[in-house]
Design a protein around this ligand. Structure first.
Ligand code: SF4
Ligand code: SF4
Length: 706
């Protein structure tokens, strides 16, 4: 073996060994999270990986940084091939992929082109980070690291290009190799054998160093992004884990520390690129709250990296311990308690195994020391962060998981969420979040409308789920009545549950009270299954999402429609028709506001727009942010029932965007949005000029009545 090959083999073995050790450690940490099946629906997972992972569809949503990053990513895929060839060549200078013939030519051409693209891409990224100082890239403690990483990538690619330039200068050594950029450079830069060896070694050593640096850096995403996308949630957006309250062995609810997350949240935390896309679209962050979804994920990552080695140490000790009482004591420590909760044996073992510094790390709190409770309460669960994240990180289930611990284990609320215990009390006693209402009054809105309950006559084609706001809130009751009238005009055989309907549990579930949500859900499912309900329609996107996506977890399987989808079907089938004369009287510019739970959660953007566009005389205006980028009204995730004391008000920010369209009417599809936007219009002192209407009210004004 040549000296070069021997030396290279030695370097490769060391670099490979160190990498395997550190990467293996991170893989082992995943086992400290709870188990979760993320290998179902393989075909859908592969499709998602091809689209989001390889085609970079989410990265490309950002029209400036997207193409830069996608260029770097695709370039790296090609360069992986060159790196593999470098390893072959290191082992034996005569080895290459030249035998691939014309395919090899294609790859060498692409290698040259991508070298250029990456050099430009990294230069541009450095420019955006340090010269134009793009806001979302300015994370103080990362300034130096980010620069070094970009410079390393720049150097890896430049050394490859110069190495290939030297190859050309030395006389092309591979017959199928076509190198347009290197050939051009070779005519200017006369590089020879010595330069080749220098750039070849520099290139390989930089690759080995970079690969070994990855497990310790935010650039770990280079290795974990594709698997993270592959394992990401395929089901309904923000699907929350059900808790089995019947399980007597379960003593902890929600996420108190990292062991309460599943392994997928660990992987999410490894994968965050720190790009800040989530933060830049977060309504809470953008209105001055402490919530920064990127920092929530970074906080989880920091806790994983600090605590997992300690869990590793204790697990290892337990495995090797010969005595059962020591293994039991280790189990006690590993069960996620803080040191104050240990019994005598556990305390002794704890102090033997961990030094003082390690003990103080162990005793830190995920919620408090790494993630701010105020940040967790500020989340509206709008899902904008998850929609934007290029590597499919799942912020909202993590946030709600931590809220569960605060609510169910600690009963801990901040100033803004201090009203929640009363709200929960109302839901428990009267099945409605607002105080001052009796569940016996749920159907009072039907007075004079000839609407039957399921108890009066269970023969129905569809159940109209009215919801708490639709039953009790004066503004929302107008929507309820308008939609009921549209169904009556279409001769739909519908029923309501009346006094048998309870809150769906959405505000409880999203704010962290899974126990209460489970109780309400179970009762509602029992009621609806007893009436053999098949199809449900509702005017509330929160009820819609909960009934459609949460209730199947509890045995409630129904076809669930939002009223805008249902009205569209009525119009499409001819059961309802627009009265052109009447509609044309209402010449109007309408701004449409997407609710998060109909839009991002259920990807329904078209039905409401189609309804409005169907009305002659109406022109639909889009606010600056709409559809999957629509800004939240501020009421989701239980925020409807919390105070907003910090920063600007989310509803006012959103209303101003809608007012900027110049529309005289704002169309909504949600009772919470209706309240929030109406308050926003009042705050802007425009209530005399601008109306806020539900789509059903607009349609009711425009349809034919026979
Ligand atoms: S769900 Fe919405 S409010 Fe919550 S962190 Fe994500 S973007 Fe922010
Ligand atoms: S969570 Fe996703 S969007 Fe947010 S910083 Fe990390 S990678 Fe970027």
């Amino acid at each position: 073996m040549e000296t070069k090959s021997t030396l290279f083999l030695f370097v490769l073995a060391i670099a490979g060994g160190i990498f395997a050790k550190n990467a293996g450690r991170l893989v082992r940490y995943l086992s400290f999270g709870k188990t979760e099946n993320r290998v179902d629906s393989l075909f859908a997972r592969i499709k998602q990986t091809l689209l989001v992972g390889f085609a970079q569809t989410k990265i490309l949503r950002d029209k400036v940084a997207g193409p830069i990053h996608a260029g770097i990513f695709w370039g790296f895929l090609i360069l992986l091939f060159s790196a593999a060839e470098g390893v072959l060549e290191g082992l034996n200078p005569a080895w290459s992929f030249n035998f691939l013939g014309p395919i090899y030519s294609g790859i060498t051409v692409l290698t040259d082109i991508f070298c250029l693209m990456i050099i430009l891409g990294t230069a541009l990224s450095l420019w955006r980070r340090y010269v134009t100082k793009v806001k979302r890239l300015q994370v103080e403690h990362e300034k130096v690291e980010a620069g070094l990483i970009l410079l390393t990538i720049f150097s890896i690619v430049t050394s490859l290009l110069l190495q290939n330039t030297a190859r050309v200068g030395m006389g092309e050594d591979f017959s199928w190799a076509v190198r347009p950029v290197a050939s051009t450079l070779a005519s200017i830069l006369p590089l020879g054998h010595v330069s080749f060896e220098i750039f070849w070694w520099l290139h390989m050593l930089l690759i080995f160093s970079f690969t070994n640096y990855l497990p310790f850096s935010k650039h770990l995403h280079v290795l974990t992004s594709i698997p993270n996308v592959f394992f990401s949630n395929l089901g309904p957006v923000n699907q929350l884990e059900k808790i089995d309250f019947e399980n007597e062995n379960l003593t902890r609810y929600g996420v108190n520390d990292i062991e309460d997350f599943t392994w997928k949240t660990f992987l999410d935390s490894y994968t965050c690129t720190h790009c800040g896309r989530c933060t830049s679209v977060c309504p809470a962050n953008q209105t001055g709250k402490v919530l920064d979804p990127r920092m929530v994920i970074i906080g989880i990552h920091d806790r994983v990296i600090e605590k997992a080695p300690l869990i590793d140490k204790i697990t290892d000790y337990k495995k090797n311990a010969s005595r059962e009482n020591i293994r039991n004591a280790a189990d006690g420590i590993l069960s996620g308690k803080s040191s104050g909760d240990f019994d005598k044996n556990e305390s002794e073992l704890f102090t033997i195994l961990l030094n003082e510094e390690e003990q103080s790390i162990w005793n830190k709190k995920l919620i408090g020391d790494y993630v701010s409770p105020d940040a967790l309460w500020a989340c509206t669960t709008c899902g904008a962060c998850m929609e934007e994240c290029p590597v499919n990180i799942e912020h909202v289930p993590a946030i709600v998981g931590m809220r569960r611990s605060m609510v169910m284990m600690e009963s801990s609320f901040n100033e803004e969420s201090a009203l929640l215990p009363d709200i929960y009390g109302n839901m428990e006693t009267n099945s409605v979040p607002w105080g001052g209402f009796s569940e016996q009054d749920r159907a009072l809105w039907t007075e004079g409308m000839d609407i039957k309950t399921a108890a009066e006559d269970p023969e129905m084609d569809v159940l109209f789920w009215v919801g708490c706001a639709g039953s009790f809130d004066d503004r929302a009751k107008k929507t309820t009545k308008a939609f009921a009238e549209l169904m009556q005009l279409s001769n739909i055989n519908f029923r309501i549950l009346g006094t048998e309907e309870r809150c769906t549990g959405d505000p409880a579930r999203r704010s962290g009270n899974e126990y209460l949500a489970t109780m309400l859900t179970t009762m509602n499912v029992e009621t609806m299954n007893a009436y053999n309900v098949k199809t449900i329609v509702t005017t509330c996107p929160h009820c819609f999402n909960t009934l459609k996506n949460d209730y199947p977890q509890f045995g409630g399987h129904y076809e669930v429609m939002h009223h805008t989808q249902y009205i569209k079907e009525l119009i499409d089938s001819g059961r309802l028709s627009i009265d052109a004369d009447k509609a044309s009287l209402s010449k109007n510019a309408i701004a449409y506001h997407d609710s998060c739970y109909l839009g991002r959660y259920n990807e329904e953007y078209e039905a409401p727009r189609a309804l409005l566009e169907n009305v002659p005389g109406l022109s639909v205006l889009e606010p600056a942010r709409s559809k999957d980028r629509g800004l939240c009204c501020g009421a989701g995730g239980g925020r409807m029932f919390m105070e907003e004391m910090v920063g600007d008000r989310v509803n006012i920010t959103r209303t101003n965007e809608l007012l900027e369209t110049g529309a005289s009417t704002i169309a909504v599809n949600c009772p919470f949005c209706s309240t929030m936007i109406t308050d926003g219009v009042k705050a802007a002192d425009r209530i005399d000029q601008v109306q806020v209407k539900d789509i059903s009210e607009i349609l009711l004004e425009s349809v034919k009545r026979n």
